[in-house]
Every structure is written in C-alpha cells, then in structure tokens.
Design a protein around this ligand. Structure first.
Ligand code: ZN
Length: 140
C-alpha cells in the first residue's frame, strides 16, 4: 500500500518542564487539524512509560522508568484513528550510564523537549484493527 503526499509545512515548537508529550502533541494536532505528517524531537524526560509489543500474546507490555534520561530520538507518524488526529510515536532514551532503552511511547514527562512536526498534504491514512497482528494499522 503506497500513498502520495505533498509537503505542506513544518511546525517547530517546544514543550515545558512537567508537560506530558503524548497529550500535548495530540492537543496541538487537534487544534491545528493536522491529520497527516511526521514528528521528530529531542530533549530530556524525568519519567516515561514505554511499551514492547508481544507478537504472540498480541498485547503491549508496558514499563515505567522514573529517572532523568535524554531523548536521543523521538519519531513518529501522524494519521487518523477513530476519525481523530493520532500520533504513533517511538522513542530512544539514554540513561546516566549512557545505556539506552526504547520502545513505543505511551507517556513521557518533559524536562525539556524540542520538536518538529512536518505536515503533509493529501488524503489522511486511517487506522483500523488488523486481524493478522492485533494492531491498529493503516487501512487506507
Ligand atoms: Zn508503536
């Protein structure tokens, strides 16, 4: 399945200490009616909840890490889920000992966060339940 989009614009922004990344990004997407795009960011967090998808059990195993960490890379895509803008985001973090962890991002408490949203122009992709994986993937 391939779709063509045109570049629309880039929004650059930051969040503030104590903000939660997923809820703030979702709020921005809804306010600006962004339904297709990409997101990337760097910064630092005080706490995260990330997930690993167990392909056999077909469910996310999530874990919280409550310690200061650097966001080495946060990236994701923006589409529609249940008719609303939805950001699917993954993250790689580094700990004090320089080891890294990563996964599907459920929640993150910001210490500092700078991001770019690349808005795309085209017919937005819509997520729907996928029988083969148990995930909500792009249907069209
Ligand atoms: Zn994911």
């Amino acid at each position: 399945m391939l779709k063509d989009f045109n570049f629309k614009k880039i929004i650059q922004g930051r969040l503030f200490k104590g903000d939660e990344i997923i809820s703030e990004i979702t709020k921005i997407l809804k306010e600006k009616s962004i339904t297709s795009g990409l997101i990337s960011g760097i910064g630092a967090v005080s706490k995260v909840k990330i997930g690993y998808y167990d392909q056999k059990k077909r469910q996310y195993i999530s874990k919280e890490f409550c310690e200061p960490m650097e966001i080495l890379s946060l990236k994701g895509n923006i589409s529609l889920k249940d008719g609303e803008p939805f950001a699917h985001i993954h993250i790689i973090l580094s700990k004090e000992d320089y080891s890294t962890i990563g996964g599907h991002l459920f929640e993150a408490s910001v210490f500092a966060f700078e991001f770019e949203i690349i808005e795309l122009d085209g017919i937005p992709s819509e997520r729907g339940y996928d029988e083969d994986t148990g995930l909500f993937l792009w249907k069209c």
